[in-house]
Design a protein. Sequence first.
Length: 413
Amino acid sequence: MLHTPLRIGSMTVRNRLYRAPVLEGAGDGPDAAEAYARQFVPNARSGVGLIIQGSSCILPEGRTSPGMTCVDTREKALRLAPMVRQVHAEGAAIMLQLGHGGLFAMEAWHEPYASARTGPLLAVSKVPMLMRPAFGGVPIHVLRTDEVYDLVDRYAEAATWAREAGYDGVQLGSANAKLLDQFLSPLYNRRDDEFGGSLRNRARILELIRQRVGERAGTDYPCTIKVPVEVAPPGFRRSGRAEALELARMVESWGFDAITPVEVSVFPDTTLSRGDAPDALWTNPAMAERLRAAAPSRRRRFTLTAGARLGARRAPFTPVWNQDLFAEVRSLVDIPVFAVGGIRTAGEVNAILDAGAADMVGIGRPFYAEPDLAARILAGDPAPTKCVNSNKCVAAQMLGMKGLCYNPAVRGR
């Protein structure tokens, strides 16, 4: 099953293994394409079927890390075309994930970017009362109804540029507490217009984006989506499993070409990556210094590191931790379902596919430690990946550093 090609909309992928989206620290400069190529070309050469490039921002503000790339203009999207051609030359397909951080954009907490901010943070509704102290005096703008429609158009415009750059499709970054997830979440979305209230209304923005992508980029251009199940501490509202299953059926009816179900936190903490607390933030001198520069305030640094510790405590690493969710979604829809979450071995990959629990299987962080990991997975090598889920790379991504394995014990193997 692993070696069987898969049709995703109009795209055919050569096998069922994909590199899941993580930030590569490529930044927003003229060398972004080269930075991505250093990561993706070896992955493609080793046989991976599909690469999903980590979230790229559709507006000049709204990145969640200094290392995040923007595709807010046609020129910025097209500068990535040489890398896309290199990936294709190695036989792999590549999609671009489109996103925006909303309330959790780095302009909220990263001092150099906050001081250069040209506009307020974008929000779905007013910040929940319990969270307001964390934002201090950061200016926040609640999107008007007409501005939501403008946002829809921007996603479609970015998808059009992605197609022109050669990407095989796009994925909406609609999880991990990003802006689209904030529309879906009852914690953040308390709107009283057509985009608030019921799940159907909260998800309306996704329906409109899919419609506009078809109109602008072409009805044959693949558009995929993440469907989140939120976890939250007591006292915080969330979108649970029942709503996620209902949403999966909705997005299929709206014409999305594939679904990635994920269980994530209502906050942008390490719940989404599972594993150890990213202690490099305070144990690695270079990263600790970067964190002090980004967040000079002790209160802000405490908030950031406390979130990292809490996320790790609430969500320790568990192999294939997302399986019950993606398998249930697979039983409900007829479009391809992408599995992701704690998948580390060839045995786990093949077991998921052979059971019919998903159509594509994704691995993310382990590619930092092993760029040629796909070759081992495809050959059925039973050995575990080098990655030990330390999350030290997550700390680096947060601070805009290059996407690499930062665990000395792993690098020394």
